[in-house]
Design a protein around this ligand. Structure first.
Ligand code: BG6
Length: 502
């Protein structure tokens, strides 16, 4: 990552909140630690809570300490950052806070002798987004197309109609080029590496289509439950929380056409083409194409785990799904009739995110039946987390006088190869906003495109409450209906496995 040059002021709305503490604090600190931040850099925290600068400062330091994956906080680096922190408390509906903000900008810029980027980071609940956008607009803080940028966190709406409304609010005040919609999966190294793997190598692209690929499985499984986010999650569910954004983005990167250049809009255009080509799911097919689940109690890593319906903030008879899986088709030349299976859930056996490409079997078996107990077509596994890497599984002859075949792996592990920590997603994304590079952010049409894909499922699920929740045990791989979804096509879910790192 290169050192950023342009003076920048990061303005965090929701400065005392969870996201700032967990994600932004360690990201800012890691950028400081590696000398990536511009020399002229300041953080202004805004919050409804009257916390004061000292508490804000402590909160950031605490977040950095907990989550930065570094052994100790380097005091001299932290102190340098702390000198450039400010805190404003107030009501986001009150124009006074925006006027104060303007004054702070003026002071800093006078001191620096330069105009700075103003990065408005909305680490707030969706309900206050419109207040802040209108407040910024009225104070004239959105008008500078070059320097003012707004960063918006998911959820981008609750369904297609609300996403369209949110986008039109944002773009009535800001130009689309000033809006950075975060999907933190796009900041993950291996996710970015999908593009490098596909388009910087001549080897794979010629076989990356319906002629050679039988089907694709995308799994994002989590061990955690909803933790303290029950109140939010009750209105979201796995389909909105994960599939609409993270899994759809993975799908786009795996299936998009090669970009002509590494320009933000070029890449985003190619992804939108995929979303537009996804075969719409008629409402009467939802039962065949999608399944949902909710975790009951069970055990994870030998520890008891309680059922979703017993989590704080969750209704005792909740019908919110904590697991969702679906099958999709992409109607274009490259992917016609290749099934894509997506699944995600909380409280599953392992935390793992991976894309599994299943190639077609060989057209003719030349080896005797005795050569292998079970023929396995080639697999390519793209591991996104926790270990980052790529594994190609192919058949090899076992040593010995007889012809026996068994599957073997060719492995690439990020850590083993590069021997360095990958930057955290938020680190990359924050640096990109400061740089003005929107490649890894979602454009309005991407967000709306992926809502369109899941809209029929949302509707059907809303209108037909589940009768079998909870339907999977904590610590399992999800409901049986998920196995049935893929078994109907003669496939099974491949058990996710991370590559070993020595
Ligand atoms: C968030 C979801 O976007 O992603 C969470 O809201 C989920 O529910 C999280 O736990 C998963 O992110 P990661 O990086 O841990 O895979």
């Amino acid at each position: 990552m290169k050192t950023l040059k342009k003076p920048s002021i990061l303005i965090i709305f929701g400065a005392m909140g969870d996201l700032t503490w967990r994600k932004l604090a360690p990201a800012i600190y890691n950028l400081v630690l590696q000398n990536h931040l511009p020399e002229q850099f300041a953080v202004i925290g805004l919050d409804g809570k009257d916390a004061g600068l000292e508490k804000f400062h402590q909160r950031l330091k605490d977040g950095a300490k907990h989550f930065c994956q570094c052994s100790e906080i380097a005091d001299e680096k932290w102190d340098a950052l702390a000198g450039n922190m400010r805190f404003l408390s107030g009501d986001f509906a009150d124009q006074a806070i925006y006027s104060e903000l303007k004054e702070q900008f003026k002071k800093l810029e006078d001191e620096w002798g330069h105009a700075a980027n103003h990065i408005f980071y909305l680490a707030t609940p969706p309900a206050v987004v419109s207040l802040i956008v209108n407040g910024l607009d009225q104070a004239g803080l959105a008008a500078d197309r070059e320097h003012a940028r707004i960063v918006v966190e998911k959820p981008f709406g609750h369904d297609l109609a609300s996403a369209v409304a949110l986008n039109s609010l944002l773009t009535s005040v800001f130009d689309e080029s000033q809006v950075y919609r975060i999907d933190h999966y796009l900041g993950k190294e291996t996710v970015q590496n999908i593009l490098a793997f596909r388009f910087a190598n001549a080897l794979f692209e010629p076989i990356w289509d319906r002629r050679y690929i039988d089907h694709v499985q995308i799994t994002v499984s989590e061990q955690v439950g909803v933790e303290h986010r029950g109140a939010y999650y009750e209105h979201a569910g796995a389909l909105r929380d994960m599939i609409q954004n993270h899994l759809m983005q993975l799908l786009c990167l795996i299936t998009m056409e090669p970009m002509v250049s590494f320009e933000p809009n070029e890449i985003r255009n190619k992804k939108v083409d995929v979303l537009r080509a996804i075969r719409p799911i008629p409402e009467d097919q939802v039962g065949l194409m999608a399944v949902r689940g909710q975790y009951g109690d069970g055990s994870i890593n030998g520890h008891k785990a309680k059922a979703y319906q017993e989590e704080p903030g969750v209704a005792g008879d909740s019908s919110t799904e904590t697991f969702a899986a679906m099958k999709l088709f992409i109607d274009n030349w490259r992917w016609q009739d290749v099934p894509f299976y997506l699944r995600t859930g909380k409280r599953l056996q392992k935390k793992i995110s991976e894309v599994m490409i299943h190639f077609r079997p060989v057209p003719h078996q030349s080896f005797p039946n005795t050569a292998s107990l079970a023929w396995q077509p080639n697999h390519l596994m793209i591991h996104i987390q926790p270990e980052e890497g790529i594994v190609l599984r192919f058949q090899a002859k076992e040593p010995g006088a007889t012809m026996h075949l068994s599957p073997v792996d060719m492995k690439f592990s990020y850590l083993e190869t590069f021997k360095t920590r990958s930057p955290e997603a938020y680190e990359t994304l924050l640096a990109d906003v400061m740089e003005g590079d929107a490649t890894l952010f979602m454009r309005a049409d991407q967000v709306e495109g992926s809502w369109s894909v899941i809209e029929p499922i949302l509707k059907v699920w809303e209108n037909t409450p589940p009768s079998d929740f909870p339907n999977y045990e904590s610590g399992s791989w999800g409901p049986q209906s998920c196995d049935a979804l893929i078994a109907r096509d003669g496939h099974i879910w491949t058990l996710p496995e991370a590559p070993e790192v020595k």
